[in-house]
Design a protein around this ligand. Structure first.
Ligand code: PMP
Length: 360
């Protein structure tokens, strides 16, 4: 079978080396005669998986000691509710920076619990979508926290600035976490659904600063309560053990690959290859200003949308899968997370050139 490169935005491709290892130990993990899926989450063996996963993640992101690492249920959308219910305290206002679809989805959910101050940051520069510099963001002085989504997965827009505030900064890093180093100490809380750069769907990472615990609403469902999850070490109920184990394998793989500096270089190289070609070609276009282009999700349009279906069909035949843009924006999107090898992006660009030649 021809080699497949999967450009899905999530659940996304996982590192090949990890998948091969996991397959080899699927039915007999760690020489215990059963799979890791079939053992108690409270048993000694699984607790070692948990401890290793946390340690390796802390190493990768240099997470300071005053931050807790939680592995939760409910995806990033679960955090759209958990964040306001845990962090508002007696306050009623929170700033929500809006640069696209996922920020807007978080705002919609936050409206159930507070009055979100929507901080619109999208603008146009040289006819391209761009993000206003942080000094121009209209934050509210009464906000309990400032929420933003540094990488808009659908729109392919990245916010490179941090909000200029002394309030806790909350970041939905679902589609950018682990793609490069970050300074965790600048954030109050970071959350991310796993299914892009962490592991399979079903587990959600939360990194929360200690002083933000203890503000939860009375009515908060216990399973979303950060204090409870800290106290119970993310085992208030049965956790998604297989996803947790697999995330741990991805963290080991990242360390073996040289950590997040190495990932940054790898991701920049892939993104440059694709954006440079799209920019040079009259046949394809990307509508985002270079300063705000996503390293992870590269949307692009064909000059003639009538060719979209043919493009997707022929790409699929070449082993280039899941290139269809999100239904909200159309066109194409190549998601090139950590696990996507340079070879995958090179194969895509080669195909795009051939397609252009045949149809221009
Ligand atoms: N935020 C961002 C930035 C996302 O990309 C996604 C999913 N693509 C979500 C939130 C929602 O994640 P989940 O499906 O895990 O709730």
């Amino acid at each position: 079978m021809e080699k497949v490169f999967n450009f899905s935005a999530g659940p996304a491709m996982l590192p090949q080396d990890v998948m091969v290892k996991v397959q080899a130990e699927l039915t007999d993990w760690n020489n215990i005669g059963t799979s890791v899926m079939e053992i108690s989450h409270r048993g000694k063996e699984f607790l070692e998986v948990v401890a290793d996963a946390e340690k390796n993640l802390r190493d990768l992101l240099s997470i300071p000691d005053n931050y807790h690492v939680l592995f939760c249920h409910g995806g990033a959308r679960g955090q759209f509710s958990a964040v306001p219910m845990n962090l508002l305290g007696s306050g009623t206002i929170a700033d929500y920076v809006d640069a696209g679809y996922w920020a807007q989805s978080a705002i919609k959910e936050a409206k159930k619990y507070c009055t979100p101050n929507t901080v619109s940051v999208l603008t146009e520069t040289d006819g391209l979508k761009a993000v206003l510099p942080a000094k121009d963001w209209k934050l509210s002085k009464d906000a309990e926290y400032v929420h933003f989504c540094p990488n808009e997965t659908i729109d392919g827009i990245e916010i490179r600035d941090l909000p200029l505030t002394d309030k806790p900064i909350i970041a939905d890093m679902s589609s950018t976490i682990l793609s490069r180093p970050i300074d965790v100490s600048q954030y109050g809380l970071i959350y991310a659904g796993a299914q892009k750069n962490i592991g399979p769907a079903g587990i959600t990472l939360v990194i929360v600063r200690d002083d933000l615990l203890g503000r939860a609403k009375e009515y908060l469902p216990e399973i979303l309560n950060y204090s409870t999850l800290v106290e119970k070490e993310s085992m208030f109920n049965t956790p998604p053990t297989f996803a947790w184990y697999l995330a741990g394998e991805v963290f080991k793989w990242l360390l073996a690959k040289g950590g997040l500096e190495a990932m940054k270089a790898h991701n920049e190289q892939k993104a440059a290859l694709l954006y440079d070609y799209v920019d040079a070609s009259p046949f394809y276009s990307n509508g985002v200003h270079p300063d705000n282009r996503s390293l992870m999700n590269v949307p692009f349009l064909l000059a003639n949308p009538e060719l979209d279906a043919t493009f997707l069909e022929q790409a699929h035949e070449r082993g280039l899968h899941a290139l269809k843009g999100h239904r909200a924006v159309g066109g194409m999107r190549a998601s090139i997370y950590n696990a996507m090898p340079l070879e995958g992006v090179q194969t895509l660009v080669d195909f795009m050139k051939e397609f252009e030649k045949a149809h221009a």
